[in-house]
Ligand binder design. Structure first.
Ligand SMILES: C[S@@+](CC[C@H](N)C(=O)[O-])C[C@H]1O[C@@H](n2cnc3c(N)ncnc32)[C@H](O)[C@@H]1O
Length: 290
């Protein structure tokens, strides 16, 4: 069954249809973004473009651009529990947050707290603007936050500072995830938990190529060496269209078949303001070691 988290007060999806979702951030800014899951028709009486403050339209080269109807501030904010996220309109239709990940953040927090482990260490790969990193810190863990983009690490730092979490329990690494995992393996470094949310395609800082369908199995396999003697959990999420949650679970179950664990696969989504529309967003597998 699809999993949703209902703890957002200043983020919501107002309407969906014709390949788009209309979202509201900070209780005031309405943005219209394409969403490949929205394959149903829109209500023809509702004018999406007129209702929004900015919309993202795709161009032919795979990119796109934001067009504003109204003034949008350079930076705006949303909140989840004690966390504050700094957002802005960015390339590739991003705003700096994947709100449906809140389900996974809650699960990370519960798993760390229930483990009663003292200051566990978490490796967060493809860590983006730090949502999962912040969740780990809230639960009392320390984190190694890895992302190819320096700008994403800077934004994660801003989010942690805004959330009052500070930076002293986080190691920020700008690197290619595969290369970093290999190096950490050679150094004998260990972590109590691993999180990864890899994109369909990506690039390391030196142009290293990443393709999820070709490389995810190998990456999960390489991380095995990094797990501590008493590991807590392993979370994999994907937004790749067509990759099912169960495929993530099969990878984890296969690679960790010799270590007792429970692994659950599930879709994550957002309950929109339209009662009948729960928008599916990502595919996750969450493995807890016994
Ligand atoms: C879609 S985001 C992940 C979403 C995020 N974990 C969240 O829940 O909000 C993908 C991130 O992977 C990073 N990335 C892409 N290719 C990479 C690579 N080869 N090594 C490290 N990071 C990479 C990008 O810079 C980007 O920040």
């Amino acid at each position: 069954m699809i999993r949703i988290n209902n703890e957002w007060n200043d983020y919501e999806i107002i309407r969906t249809g014709d390949g788009y979702k209309l979202e509201m951030y900070s209780q005031k800014y309405k943005f219209l973004r394409p969403d490949p899951q929205v394959i149903w028709k829109a209500d023809p009486s509702f004018d999406f473009e007129r209702e929004c403050d900015a919309f993202y339209s795709r161009n032919n080269d795979g990119g796109g651009l934001w067009t504003s109807n109204n003034q949008i501030p350079e930076e705006f904010f949303v909140h989840w529990r004690e966390l504050t996220f700094s957002l802005k309109l960015m390339g590739f239709k991003h705003t700096g947050i994947f709100p449906e990940q809140a389900y996974n953040w809650a699960r990370i927090i519960d798993t760390i707290k229930n483990s009663q482990s003292n200051n566990p260490s978490v490796l967060n790969l493809f860590a983006y603007t730090g949502g999962a990193t912040a969740a780990c810190l809230l639960a009392g863990a320390s984190v190694c936050h890895v992302d190819a983009a320096k700008s994403m690490c800077e934004r994660a730092k801003r989010n942690l500072n805004l959330s009052g979490l500070g930076l002293n329990k986080v190691r920020f690494i700008v690197d290619d995830c595969i290369k970093f995992v290999e190096r950490e393996g050679n150094r004998g470094k260990k972590y109590d938990a691993i999180i990864m949310d890899p994109p369909s395609f990506g690039r390391g800082p030196k142009g290293e190529t990443w393709k999820i369908t070709d490389q995810i199995y190998e990456l999960v396999q390489k991380t095995k060496k990094l797990l501590s003697e008493k590991p807590l959990f392993f979370l994999v999420n994907s937004y790749t269209t067509g990759l099912q949650p169960t495929s993530m679970k099969v990878i984890l179950d296969k690679i960790y078949k010799d270590i007792p664990h429970d692994c659950e696969a599930y879709e994550i989504g957002i309950q929109t303001k339209e009662k009948e529309v729960v928008l599916p967003c990502g595919a996750s597998a969450f493995m807890v070691f016994k």
